[in-house]
Design a protein around this ligand. Sequence first.
Ligand SMILES: [Zn+2]
Length: 260
Amino acid sequence: MNLDFTVEKYRELCHAVLNSSYTPVPVGKYLVGGVDGRAIILRHDVDDKIKYTLKLAKIESEMGLTSTYYVRMVSKTFKPEIIREMEDLGHELGYHYEVLDKAGGDYEKAIGIFEDELAELRKVCDVKTICMHGNPLTRWDNRDLWKHYDFKDFGIIGEAYLSIDYSDVVYFSDTGRTWAGERYRVKDFVDTSSDSFGVRSTDDLIDLINEGGVGRMCLLSHLDQWSDGYLSWIRTWAERSVRNFVKANVIRRVRRNYGK
Ligand SMILES: [Zn+2]
């Protein structure tokens, strides 16, 4: 059976990236102009299960890829030894902030939490870039913080949603266990759509990479959702299905409220 979103499939994707006409690059390196021409920016959000994510970070590194891992500052993901290990593998680490959610929408409180959590993470690893965490069940969009403050004041060179020009870089995300999935994205989106490329499965994405028809792309994946066996695939599929059902309802409610 050809299951998608498995460790084996992720290896195939990495293999395709490495053997393509694109240069793979982590976010920070991309933002400082580390790549001319065709590029695939590799980004991972560590929302959960960091120990499991480390296994895939090792696979990437063994294959010769470096990516950016954005880590949430919550007890289940802020694991200093694992974060250090990821950095030692050659990956970039970044701060996956959710401070407006944590501060209940209070901007002043939120920037205080941002400063504290960034300092905490910097005790463990180098942090040059940040990326907001999108919780579909809260009222706030964490990146709105930067309408009031400037992340450059904190020695940050870029924010993965705000600093990449998505009119030039096609954005693909595995949110909801599909690369198409705009139906299941509540906050995890950019202004331009990748739907016109018809990519749903990882095989579709691999075909697109092999064809090389897109100049630059950014791939966001949540590696803890890529299963290492049939049983874990079923379990993750079941969890995902419930989450997608909830998210689809949230989106329907938001759209109804805004008359969309
Ligand atoms: Zn996240």
